[in-house]
Design a protein around this ligand. Sequence first.
Ligand code: SF4
Length: 231
Amino acid sequence: MERYSIIYEKNPREIVLLRGSGCIYRKCTFCDYHLDCCTDTAANFALNREVLSHVTGQFGQLEVINSGSVFELDNETMDLIRHLCREKGIRTVHFESHYLYRERIAALRESFRPVELKMKLGLETFDRHLREDVLHKGIPVSEPAEISQNFDEANLLVGVTGQTASSVRGDIELGLQHFERLCVNVMCPNTTAVEPDRDVINAFLREVYPLYRDDSRVDILINNTDFGVGD
Ligand code: SF4
């Protein structure tokens, strides 16, 4: 499993895949990557310390992901990330969080100052029916402004039956209005019962991908390892 990588394109940054206690939500029907977790806090810190030892700060930006939410990382790991930001001149740190932790984001932001914190939401789509009745994301609001409150960036998912090229484009356009940056993830086969819809993916690649391929605010992951971490 690769846990450290460098993203050279668009928003250059280092990225680390750390290990936490595990996603407390675990209800998203399409997700099996919450399996990368461990209840042994000391073992998690030992692994995370080794991964973080590769960070050089070369771009002044670090993205930290952990197959769940940042709030599931242990305290020692979080302290080490704060220390690393100061030591390596990292000005911006990116984390991910489920919507259910939204009330805790402001305090986390404060704890990192003067380092700027960017929080990414696993949104997947603005289509409430698809998001809640099919994907079970657990974001019980519909208004884009309410969804994006507290968050700076968002993940979108492409390849769910029911989506179209036009609906995905609508999600991206709305996302660009309400978030600073987006990460569009093309669905890959995994161990869940939710299968990627090839027709939706092909329509996206043909009609939508060319429109945003060079947009500096939109990362597009055709394979879920395109950032160089994971397996
Ligand atoms: S997508 Fe994120 S919030 Fe949903 S089950 Fe997976 S790790 Fe948890």
